[in-house]
Design a protein around this ligand. Structure first.
Ligand code: 4AD
Ligand code: MG
Length: 458
């Protein structure tokens, strides 16, 4: 039986068997107590072991971290702190530990725990975070499936750079010592595995748009990769992204979907991850539960990029990066806007076209595009999206202006040629959402085995 189920019992039970990992042991001459956790919930089950059981001397040899199996009766606990305890009739050690076990019962820093990522799932905070991660993954599908969105698996290996930022991890089977060369000494990618230059995808959007042009409303949810050399607390080289794409939609519909989605995720977490969020509220971010309850009901504010820049300029704040119209907003600006200016989630819309990707729909002013970023306190940008340029000529001209080879993206242009329709979508970084939901301040602490510049251990 899983411990979560046992702890929620309405009555005691005979003949219960549990398996799990020991968190603490207190041994005594007459009786010993052992806290056992099996990952099903935050709380551990207290085992009460009477010296009358068979091999009582074994208990002294079971240390924190050991894997055990115990049988006995679940009875109401007379002591404070837990409702139920297991009166052990038999106990067996499945896997022993030695005294070098690094996760002894004491507070460890998140930095230290990152160095033992193979063991940290057994620490309370990571138990909570990864249970929330699992529950919210399910909620993502539930949200879209309830609304009749088609789930599409977009490719991981791709020949196109969706965001155009050149931050892709190359995928190749060519000999790295002496690759085949063209006459001009450049690498002959024709001879590579896919007969062209390929890389790991930075986004499933381009293919998502193709599917939206057939199924109307679709979403992707999968891993994406960015070879961006930014060592920050909110960037990972491998992260999971949720990307819906909706046909017959403009930017305001896109923002509405993003708001509905985020509120759904928050309410789902509040309803289904109570104990874990309570733990996060007590140990990670004070006031987390209040923040989430407020967001679950909030109407998100919207501000144009132009106004955001004016607000920042007027703020009198000393920012590390100067602000001016045309400059990309940095994390410090994003946080100032949602933390100090509106104190809640904020859509910033209509960015200058120069700082956004090629596919965004041009606004009538000729200077901005129908883009939106959703900013939230503590995290900054959590969602990036836009209405897409559905006019063939406008898109082709923009690609040309940016010096892009349109041949390799002819398939992308084609859907503007045959049955084009207005459409929009966004991408939400799943880890950023989890940071927001759990209060964790470093992206490395919400993904099981983080990949960041210089780090691919585990
Ligand atoms: O703003 P981005 O780059 O937008 C896109 O990729 C679009 N193709 C999405 C779309 O319209 N379908 O990324 C979207 C989101 C960001 O808002 C952020 O939450 C997350 O993905 N993100 C990252 N998360 C972790 N580590 C990184 N290096 C990230 N880069 C982006
Ligand atoms: Mg973005």
């Amino acid at each position: 039986m899983r411990i979560k189920k046992l702890l929620s019992m309405a009555q005691g039970l005979d003949d219960v068997e549990v398996r799990g990992w020991v968190r603490t042991v207190r041994t005594g001459k007459a009786v010993s107590f052992m806290e056992v956790n099996d990952g099903s919930c935050l709380n551990s089950l207290q085992l009460v072991i009477d010296s009358a059981i068979g091999d009582y001397s074994l208990i002294g040899k079971i240390g924190t971290g050991a894997c055990i199996k115990a049988c006995g009766a679940l009875v109401a606990s007379p002591a404070k702190g837990q409702q139920w305890e297991l009166h052990v009739a038999e106990i067996e050690q499945i896997g022993a530990v030695d005294s070098h076990y690094p996760l002894q019962k004491k507070r460890h820093s998140f930095e230290y725990l990152r160095t033992i990522a193979h063991l940290r799932p057994r620490a309370n905070a990571f138990g909570a975070v990864f249970r929330v991660r699992s529950a919210i993954s399910f909620a993502v599908h539930q949200f879209f499936q309830q609304r009749d969105f088609l789930y599409v698996h977009t490719p991981i290996i791709t020949a196109s750079d969706c965001e155009g930022a050149g931050e892709m991890f190359r995928v190749t089977t060519l000999d790295d010592q002496c690759p085949p060369l063209n006459d001009d000494k450049t690498v002959d990618w024709q001879q590579d595995f896919f007969s062209c230059k390929t890389a790991l995808t930075v986004s499933g959007q381009l293919q998502g748009e193709l599917f939206a042009s057939a199924f109307r409303n679709i979403y992707t949810f999968g891993p994406t990769f960015r070879a961006e050399n930014s060592n920050t607390s909110r960037h990972a080289s491998e992260f999971w992204m949720i990307e819906p794409e909706i046909a017959f939609a403009e930017l305001s519909d896109d923002c509405q979907l993003a708001q509905d989605f985020l509120r759904y995720m928050v309410n789902y977490a509040l309803e289904n991850c109570g104990d874990d969020l309570q733990f996060c509220n007590d140990r990670i971010e004070k006031g987390l539960l209040d923040k989430l309850s407020k967001l679950g009901a909030a109407n998100f504010e919207t501000m144009s990029y132009t106004e955001a820049v004016e607000r920042l300029l007027r703020s009198g704040e000393k920012f590390e990066y100067p602000v001016h119209w045309g400059a990309d907003l940095q994390s410090e600006h994003e946080r100032y806007l949602c933390e100090q200016v509106v104190d809640g989630p904020l859509f910033v819309v209509d960015y200058p076209k120069e700082i956004k990707a090629f596919y965004m729909r041009g606004n009538d002013d000729g200077k901005t595009v129908a883009a939106m970023d959703l900013l939230v306190p503590r995290v900054g940008e959590i969602i990036g999206g836009s209405q897409r340029e559905e006019r063939y000529d406008v898109l082709a001209a923009r690609m040309n202006e940016l010096g892009m080879e349109s041949e390799s993206l002819q398939w992308y242009l084609d859907i503007r040629r045959w049955g084009s329709c207005p459409h929009a979508g966004f991408g939400l970084g799943f880890e950023r959402l989890l940071m927001y939901l759990t209060g964790m301040e470093n992206i490395r602490d919400v993904i099981p085995f983080p990949r960041t510049p210089g780090q691919a251990k585990f």
